[in-house]
Design a protein around this ligand. Structure first.
Ligand code: SAM
Length: 243
């Protein structure tokens, strides 16, 4: 369970309505039962439940169960989608190892589709279900050129482009990562376009960035949410998760 409190033995946290409903109502936890909690910074902690009513209670932190782990290093840049699909991509990106989620505003999307809090809530839920102790950073939506400029030059950008020549994606990724050199491969980012695709100008802008590899995910045009999962699975399979 994610708790936004500093983790120290003896810290008491009063459950909010959703947490109380989940622990006491859904999971039927009772006085003295223990649950694992994390805040994204201080590792995983054992907490004891103290119900104070039928649908209310406290958690008292006892001891650390696991030290803090480090996240991988994969940035996920994507153009905002409709709300339900946005929930999906936020959850799947976390499950597939994204450490930073950057919504980008493109010609064929609008930034106002993004509800930052909702994106963050989805990321936390996904982290809880994955058993990871880090919460990916969720950035505010910014225009594509600014998002590209914010990437450090050594970060390899995997540009998912349905118009790219269809080549062996495993070989293309290995080649691009090897060119970059360094131990354990370069830090990575993936960028996926909106439902309507990138404009030719945007495509040129992305390709203009040094250290960008243009990748086809096959002959079929995938939905942006499918493309996101496909490319992250590919990146994990070829370059591993431990960057
Ligand atoms: N251009 C199309 C259109 O007019 O609707 C579709 C864009 S597609 C739905 C959204 C994004 O998913 C694309 O911008 C691209 O990043 C990614 N994508 C979809 N299919 C892909 C493929 N076969 N290879 C690489 N990327 C793909």
């Amino acid at each position: 369970l994610y708790l936004d409190v500093p983790m120290r033995a003896g810290v008491q946290h009063s459950l909010d309505r959703a947490q109380a409903n989940y622990l006491l109502g859904v999971l039927r936890r009772a006085q003295g039962d223990r649950v694992l909690v994390f805040n994204g910074r201080d590792g995983e902690w054992v907490a004891e439940i103290r119900p104070t009513g039928r649908k209310a209670g406290d958690l008292v932190l006892r001891e650390q169960a696991r030290p803090q782990t480090q996240a991988g290093d994969l940035h996920y840049l994507f153009a905002p989608l409709k709300a339900a699909r946005l929930d999906y991509v936020a959850q799947k990106a976390v499950e597939m190892g994204a450490s930073l989620i950057q919504p980008v505003i493109t010609r064929r999307t609008q930034g106002d589709r993004i509800k930052h809090e909702r994106l963050a809530a989805n990321a936390i839920e996904a982290a809880e279900q994955c058993g990871i102790l880090t919460i990916p950073e969720i950035r505010e939506a910014i225009p594509l050129p600014a998002a590209l400029a914010a990437l450090t030059p050594e970060r390899l950008l995997v540009f998912c482009d349905e118009d790219a020549p269809i080549v062996d994606p495993v070989a293309a990724l290995r080649h691009a990562a090897a060119e970059q050199g360094g131990n354990g491969g370069p830090p990575l980012a993936v960028v996926i376009g909106p439902e309507g695709g990138f404009t030719p100008e945007e495509r040129a802008l992305v390709l203009d960035r040094p250290n960008t590899v243009r990748l086809s995910l096959g002959p079929r045009i995938l939905r942006a949410d499918t493309a996101a999962v496909a490319v992250m699975a590919l990146v994990q399979a070829v370059l591993g998760d431990g960057r």
